[in-house]
Design a protein around this ligand. Structure first.
Ligand code: SF4
Length: 82
């Protein structure tokens, strides 16, 4: 594990009832979020080597920039402090 690696995976979760398929998240953060084939967001699992503080920063940005508040990280709807 690299010095930058986090001990847990920053898993983005998508509230399907809130997601309106704007595509902001998967356009800006394709390493973290994919498109489900119908325009809605679906989380992309991170390989252990990709679980970095930078990935957590990007996940926090994705959460904060979703206009529908459809995203959360590990169940938290705010940016975790690292
Ligand atoms: S930005 Fe929010 S509403 Fe838009 S696709 Fe992503 S999760 Fe869905």
């Amino acid at each position: 594990m690299s010095a930058d690696a986090l001990p847990v995976e920053p898993v983005l979760r998508v509230d399907a009832d809130r997601c309106r398929g704007h595509g902001l998240c998967y356009s800006a953060y394709p390493d973290l979020v994919d498109e489900d084939g119908r325009g809605h967001a679906t989380p992309r699992p991170l390989a252990p080597a990709a679980r970095t503080a930078g990935a957590l920063q990007d996940a926090g940005d994705a959460v904060e920039n979703c206009p529908e508040r459809a995203l959360s990280i590990n169940g938290f709807a705010h940016r975790p402090q690292i």
